[in-house]
Structure formats: C-alpha cells, structure tokens
Write a protein that binds this ligand. Structure first.
Ligand code: 13P
Ligand code: SF4
Length: 331
C-alpha cells in the first residue's frame, strides 16, 4: 500500500527515488536507482527527472545538487556521514596552515567525495579534485602528474591504502611526526569511517583459520592492516561484482556495511557469505531512512511545503562543481 502510494507520488511529482546500497532493503527494493556514490552522483544528476529524492547521506545528496543545480534534491531523512563530519572548511584551513608551518607550501589536494560542499570548494580553489572509492586509483595517477605532495582528505585509510598500492610514502597529519609528514608523498588528514574501522586483521585470521579456502573482500575505507591481508579491495559496486562472480560454493567474508553484505548473502546462502566482523557493521545514519520517511517527504513536496531540500550557496556550489566535474572527466 505504502509502496503503491510512493510510486504514484513519484510519478506525479516527476521525481526519481535514489538509494545508496547501504540503505535498508525496503528502500532499495522500491528505488528507481541504486548504486555506489560515484554511480549515484553520475546517474542521478543526468536523469530526466526534475526532482531527486535521495536516500543516503548528506554529501551524496549535495553532490547531485552540485552537479545538477537546476534539479531539486530532497533527503527523506537528515543523515550525515560521520567521516564527512570530521572535516569542515576551518579544519581544512588549519591543515593547510600546519603544512605551511612544516615548510610544505605546494600541495595538490584530493578530497574523497565523503566531504561537504564547502570542503570541496576549498579543494577546487587550490586546483584539486574529488575522488570516490571506485575511481581513487585513476585520480591518484592524475594527482601524481602535478608533481606536488598530495594532501588526501578526509579518509586516512583510503589515502594510505592508495599510497601503499602505488609504492608511495604516506603519513597522517597531526598523528605522525613532522619528519614523516615532510618525507611523505601522500599526506593524509586524520578522518575515518566509524563503520569500516570495525574490521580488524584478527577478524580475517579468524575466518581464514575456520575456512582455509575463504576469500576476503573489503572496502578501501578499512584500515591498511586489514586491506593488506584481503584478497580483494574495492568500492561498494566493485565488491558486489566480485562476490557475484564467485562460484556459489565459494566462501567469502566481506568487510563493508551490513545491509549490502546481507543482500549479497541471499542467492548464495548464509553459509557461504559472511560479514567480516564480530559486531554488526551498520552505518547508523544510512539506516535511519524508512519508507514512511520517503512518503512523508513526497507528501510534503506535493503540498508545496519545504522538506529537507538541499540548498547551497551558489559560489560554493560552483567551485565544488569544478572539483566534481574534473573527477567525472577523469573517471
Ligand atoms: P562507495 O563510494 O563505495 O559507495 O562508498 C561510499 C561510502 O560512504 C562507503 O562507506
Ligand atoms: Fe560515512 Fe562510513 Fe556511513 Fe560510508 S559507512 S556513509 S563512510 S559513516
């Protein structure tokens, strides 16, 4: 009943229902478009629909609004990414000042898409670019051509994992010594994902001891010690493709958000697809959005009421767009 009403309103309002893979099943099942953060930014911003109902976290909805300023973007629930909240424009400025204090004046900034519009605008002002977990390697290759030290923010894990893959030195600003930062090719901001921090090397050891043939697939937001031990590292959609490509009898333990892993279990059964954690790795804010929220949001739009609409300062949005457009061009 509620699903039918949502579909009717979406049609009437010329709206597209978009859901990140980490959303609850009930939301994913009814969405017009599901995907990882790169796919959603690209496809939602180029869709024909004039309104986007975005079930995900704030930076994802903002990315669509930045790329398609003429569309109206609404969030059925106010939901923030804890990592994106770890940096704002003042912390960005403080980091740049710290780097200058260390004698590092020339940097090329790369921000993970998990950051707000103001931070993306700051990065654009310095000529930098955005990346997602799906295109981070390509963006790093571009960044390396700038012949400057790379300042990677906010996720130190993704930054260090990328550096390690490419044989580069990395350090974390504010954690590692001044000398280590000065020597690093990739200097990382000290942000992280509270969900992906839950996976540990011990979890991998546990599964390998129990099932010697098991494969381990993890998201690059996991800690470097975890990523180094994994068989496969990839973005949300890359993990899905990898797991789906395995034989049904192949056991695999997956280090990313619970809703996604649980959905991957369905065709293969619980005995072959495992959550790589002793706790349930749910993204708390991603899990907040319900079908009731989607309906409430659509009903409010129909009545002409405001409802968690994403509105951005045009100067900030224009700058942030430069860094996002550059990413899309490169990926
Ligand atoms: P993806 O780019 O893989 O969708 O990741 C976004 C995210 O927030 C993962 O925690
Ligand atoms: Fe942010 Fe982590 Fe949630 Fe992804 S899983 S949205 S990085 S808090």
């Amino acid at each position: 009943m509620i699903k039918k009403r949502i579909r009717e309103l979406l049609e009437q309002l010329d709206a597209l229902l978009v859901a990140h893979y980490y959303q609850r099943d009930e939301v994913v099942e009814i969405a017009d478009l599901t995907g990882d953060s790169l796919e959603l930014a690209r496809k939602a911003s180029t869709s024909e629909k004039s309104k986007i109902i975005f079930c995900g976290v704030g930076f994802m909805g903002q990315s669509v609004k930045i790329l398609a300023p003429n569309k109206r973007v609404f969030m059925p629930k106010i939901a923030c990414c804890s990592m994106a909240r770890m940096i704002d424009d003042s912390y960005f400025d403080a980091s740049i000042a710290k780097l200058k204090e260390y004698g590092i004046a020339e940097i090329f900034p790369v921000t993970y898409i998990n950051s707000n519009a103001e931070v993306k605008a700051k990065v654009a002002r310095l000529g930098g670019v955005v990346c997602t977990s799906a295109n981070a390697s390509k963006i790093l290759q571009y960044a390396l051509k700038q012949n400057k030290k790379i300042f990677f923010l906010p996720d130190y894990c993704l930054g260090q994992n990328l550096a390690h893959d490419n044989g580069l030195k990395s350090a974390i600003l504010g954690v590692d010594s001044q000398e280590k930062v000065q020597e690093a090719d990739v200097i990382c901001y000290h942000g992280f994902c509270s969900v992906h921090q839950l996976f540990t090397p011990k979890d991998i050891d546990f599964y390998r001891a129990k099932y010697p043939e098991i494969l381990i697939a993890v998201h690059p937001e996991c800690q470097p010690e975890v990523v180094k031990k994994a068989d496969f590292v990839g973005s949300t959609s890359q993990i899905i493709k990898y797991v789906q490509s395995l034989k049904d009898s192949q056991k695999v333990a997956v280090g990313t958000e619970f809703n996604l892993v649980n959905r991957l279990r369905e065709p293969k059964g619980e005995q072959n697809t495992f959550v790589l954690s002793s706790t349930k790795p749910e993204c708390p804010t991603m899990n907040e959005t319900t079908l009731q929220d989607v309906l409430r949001c659509l009903e409010a739009i129909q009545k002409g009421e405001s409802y968690n609409e994403i509105l951005l300062d045009s100067e900030i949005a224009n700058l942030a767009k430069q860094a996002l457009d550059k990413m899309l061009e490169l990926s």
